[in-house]
Design a protein around this ligand. Structure first.
Ligand code: ADP
Ligand code: NA
Length: 344
């Protein structure tokens, strides 16, 4: 029996922040060690074709692609243990998307929620015509989940680490795989499954009812991985707390403090209980100083490596180039078989 293939992607747009680190990148590093141990193939893609489903400035996108690669490497993604590459450098992603587009009912995509939220269309969407007329829906943003299905199926990947927000798209990828298999009367694509990771969401320091997100530009408290210690200290100082004495953990009654405790625990790799024990008597100010220290010291080696890689453009490019070559090699036999099954 063949070893399972794991695929995951991250968009290169915007500055990576603490939510991306704790919710995605650091899980990738853990996964990488497991996959390496189990001799599984692990594919990490910087999904630049997904990024252009919203308008991008070419110069900025080029810079952000490089920065994302450098960030991933600095966070511990090891090209000896995984395949790291840029999606646009492996033509099979676009090619398979087209083939899958030709089998995907538009109704399946209409039901997806992400394009609606990206356009700010939250309710009252009755027909596609309503939306495309009023909000200017482009075909690419609408078809984004088909590209995601192609990303996975191109490698016959079956283990897909995803956040909860992507579960709906992964289910669609399974439906599309089954539609393809039915169409070509061959069980060609194995069905991908989500690997749900146990991490908590990092919430905004300003408003714990919202997640920390780069798509919330008004949030001045979002901690970016590249922030200097002073900037981190200032942002944590500004974080919302409450007037209850001491530090305790209660997501319902003390959501702002609970979020800070979660960040503290995750960044120091200790339990929530241990954080609370350590800071039971701390004032908010003392706790925040402690948190700043924890965040700064965990990010320090990452930032040093990021700074080093900033100057090693050639090295980062060569890693990505090797990754694209390996990904192409993995995808080509599948693409060839897909052509044959389709009569192309
Ligand atoms: P953003 O919301 O900042 O645009 P993305 O949608 O690009 O982030 O997400 C990239 C990865 O980071 C995804 O795997 C997502 O689940 C994870 N992620 C993003 N924000 C958070 C957060 N606040 N807490 C935990 N994980 C997050
Ligand atoms: Na996003």
């Amino acid at each position: 029996k063949e070893k399972p293939i794991i695929f995951s992607g991250i968009q290169p747009t915007g500055q990576p922040h603490l939510g991306n680190y704790l919710g995605a990148i650091s899980n990738w590093v853990t996964l990488q060690e497991q996959a390496h141990h189990d001799n599984e193939t692990l594919i990490f893609s910087i999904v630049d074709l997904h990024a252009i489903t919203l308008p991008q400035d070419p110069k900025k996108l080029r810079k952000e692609r490089h920065e994302m690669a450098a960030t991933l490497l600095a966070c511990g993604i090891d090209p000896k243990k995984c395949i790291l590459f840029e999606q646009s450098r492996v033509s099979g992603h676009s090619e398979l998307t087209w083939i899958l587009n030709c089998m995907t009912p538009v109704g399946w995509l209409t039901r997806m929620t992400q394009w609606k939220s990206k356009l700010g269309v939250t309710k009252g969407v009755k027909s596609l015509d309503d939306v495309s007329a009023t909000a200017g829906l482009q075909l690419g943003l609408f078809a984004y989940p088909v590209l995601m299905a192609a990303d996975i199926l191109l490698y016959k990947a079956t283990k897909i680490p995803v956040g909860e927000d992507q579960i709906q798209h992964l289910e669609l990828a399974r439906d599309i795989a089954q539609m393809f298999n039915k169409t070509v009367k061959t069980p060609f694509f194995p069905l991908p499954r989500p690997m749900i990771t146990e991490t908590k969401r990092v919430m905004s320091l300003r408003d714990p009812s919202r997640k920390m997100s780069k798509s919330d530009p008004s949030d001045q408290t979002r901690i970016n991985l590249a922030d200097s210690p002073d900037v981190i200290a200032a942002k944590i100082k500004r974080a919302a707390t409450d007037s209850i004495q001491g530090i305790s953990y209660d997501r319902e009654e003390r959501p702002a403090v609970a979020n800070l405790v979660d960040i503290y625990a995750a960044m120091k790799r200790i339990s929530v209980e241990d954080v609370v024990k350590e800071h039971a008597q701390s004032s908010n100010a003392i706790f925040k100083e402690g948190l700043t220290e924890v965040v700064v010291s965990r990010l320090r080696p990452i930032q040093e490596e990021m700074a080093r890689l900033e100057k090693e453009e050639g090295y980062v490019q060569s890693i990505l180039h090797q990754g694209a070559t390996k990904a192409t090699e993995l995808s080509q036999p599948n693409m060839k078989e897909i052509h044959r099954l389709m009569g192309l």
